[in-house]
Design a protein around this ligand. Structure first.
Ligand code: CTP
Length: 210
């Protein structure tokens, strides 16, 4: 099967030397790409900037901004069987990107932000993707119910949900403990390394019924 996986953070430029980003390390997405490849699948990894090594045998497309990630997914989604959108895409970006470095003048500086395109939310409605769709949900409360609501709203087949209020798992951590949320049921995976959790997610992703 052919997998498309998004990973890592995005960078939203403010000026030529500054950007807004988040603490995503990219580890979960790279582990998913490695696990899918290990199982013999064709893998396309679209990633924001990380310090990780690209898993062997994976087709790699580097991007920076949410818009670039959106464009790459839109252009490359054809022929994909399973899409796993794991990237921590910035929800907002500066409305204007200064052409020159912003100089300090006043005591306060207000930066106006606008929404970035929602890649996961565009998969069915805009890109017409008909394969298996897996999203991630980072929540700080009511993890399962928010994840299931996201599953329905974005027409996913599975949502991988984790509790980001915990420092030991998820964002920028080596381990993860997630719930695999489906329309009718939930499968909790035990806390483990992101590589092990990735293997379980790939197993479940490949057996989703149409
Ligand atoms: N995502 C995306 N494009 C965006 C923002 C998010 O594809 N611009 C994807 C992420 O890769 C992840 C999922 O959406 O798979 C989770 O996004 P999140 O921001 O948590 O969900 P929202 O539905 O936007 O809800 P909220 O931010 O209110 O929790």
């Amino acid at each position: 099967m052919k997998f498309l996986i998004t990973a890592g953070p995005t960078r939203e430029a403010l000026d030529p030397v500054r950007y807004l980003t988040n603490r995503s390390s990219g580890r979960m997405g790279y582990a998913l790409a490695g696990a899918a490849r290990h199982e013999g699948h064709e893998v396309l990894l679209i990633s924001g900037p990380t310090t990780l090594d690209i898993p062997a045998g994976v087709d790699f497309v580097p991007v920076e901004s949410a818009q670039q990630m959106y464009d790459a997914v839109r252009d490359l989604i054809g022929g994909v069987d399973i899409a796993i959108l794991c990237a921590a895409v910035a929800d907002y970006r500066p409305v204007a990107v200064a052409e020159q470095k912003i100089k300090k003048h006043a005591d306060k500086l207000v930066i106006e932000l606008e929404r970035t395109p929602d890649i996961l939310g565009s998969m069915r409605s805009v890109f017409g993707f008909t394969g298996k769709l897996i999203g991630f949900a980072a929540e700080t409360q009511d993890v399962e119910s928010y994840a299931r609501e996201k599953l329905h709203r974005k027409q996913c087949d599975m949502v991988v949900a984790n509790d980001v209020s915990r420092a030991d798992i998820g964002f920028d951590a080596r381990e993860n403990e997630v719930l695999l949320v489906f329309a009718e049921h939930t499968i909790p995976l035990k806390k483990d390394t992101k590589e092990q959790v990735a293997m379980r997610i790939i197993e479940h992703a490949t057996i989703i019924k149409p």
